[in-house]
Design a protein around this ligand. Structure first.
Ligand SMILES: Nc1ncnc2c1ncn2[C@@H]1O[C@H](COP(=O)(O)OP(=O)(O)O)[C@@H](O)[C@H]1O
Ligand SMILES: [Mg+2]
Length: 259
């Protein structure tokens, strides 16, 4: 299986604007890496480039030593899955059908056992039988996570590279914690490797192994949560008045806004 997921000097432009500017990064197996940065920094664009939905103007992405555009689409779909920001479905399907869509790269008949297992893992069982379009934003995010995990399911667990774009934006406290604990425990087992765009820096501080900070399309800082989440740096890059302290119980930094 793929050892690393790399971007080498990737850039992307629309018209005169450079949305992603010469970004290089390496994601390693078993890691949970958070991508942070202000609104419009280019996080979603970078995620689309990394996952092959956009083609970089220069530079390249490489999975397991093979350039992304040399992968067969179906094979790539078995090794990397994406949970997008605010993904809307054009049709009104039952929850189980949406989760089953994740199995498309694996053949015609989605295995009911896999669908049930990912629904269990992601807390989607109470949503069984409901119409996706009628769910709340947070409920839809849980179903989208289940779909993405179903896509990577192989030999009894999710395996490969999972990219998520602000998957907690509509989740309540319980489900934020549930999602991050789940991703953390899956990455700890070493079969799943996660790159997650997070708006909430304190979630990144508690769960990420590494954080990458994007600003105006450039990667301006990366490292451990302690290295990246520094008062002066966050004030500079976000333009906000903040104070970085410590979690009262755990050894993680926590970011506080100054009133
Ligand atoms: N297709 C596009 N055409 C023009 N500008 C775009 C396009 N997509 C994104 N942008 C702009 O590029 C910047 C980065 O967008 P995005 O990657 O969505 O940022 P983020 O996810 O960090 O908030 C934003 O200013 C956005 O308005
Ligand atoms: Mg975004």
């Amino acid at each position: 299986m793929a050892e690393r997921y790399c971007a080498e000097n990737i850039s992307y432009h629309v018209g005169q604007r450079t949305l992603v500017n010469d970004v290089s990064l390496t994601l390693s197996k078993g890691e949970l890496v958070a991508l942070i940065g202000p609104n419009g920094a280019g996080k979603s664009t970078l995620l689309r480039l990394l996952t092959g939905y956009l083609k970089p103007a220069s530079g390249r992405c490489i999975l397991a030593g093979i350039p992304l555009d040399a992968w067969r689409a179906e094979n790539l779909s078995r090794h990397r899955a994406v949970m997008r920001q605010n993904s809307q479905l054009g049709f009104d399907w039952p929850v189980e059908a949406v989760v089953s869509m994740g199995r498309a790269p694996w053949g015609r008949n989605p295995e009911a056992a896999v669908v049930q297992e990912v629904m269990d893992l992601t807390g989607c069982q109470p949503l069984a039988g409901r119409r996706f379009a009628a769910l709340s934003g947070g409920e839809q995010q849980r179903v989208q996570l289940a779909r993405a995990l179903a896509q990577l399911w192989s030999e009894g667990s999710p395996r490969g590279w999972l990219f998520l774009d602000e998957p907690t934006s509509a989740l309540d406290l319980y489900h934020q914690q549930h999602l991050l604990r789940l991703l953390k425990s899956l990455t700890r087992r070493g079969q799943l490797h996660v790159c997650i765009v997070l708006h909430d820096l304190n979630l990144a501080a508690l769960w990420a192994d590494r954080i990458m900070l994007l600003h105006n399309g450039r990667m301006v800082s990366h490292g451990t949560p302690d290295a990246v989440l520094q008062t002066d740096a966050l004030a500079h890059w976000y333009g906000a008045q903040v104070h970085v302290g410590r979690h009262p119980v755990h050894a993680a930094p926590q970011v506080f806004l100054t009133p």
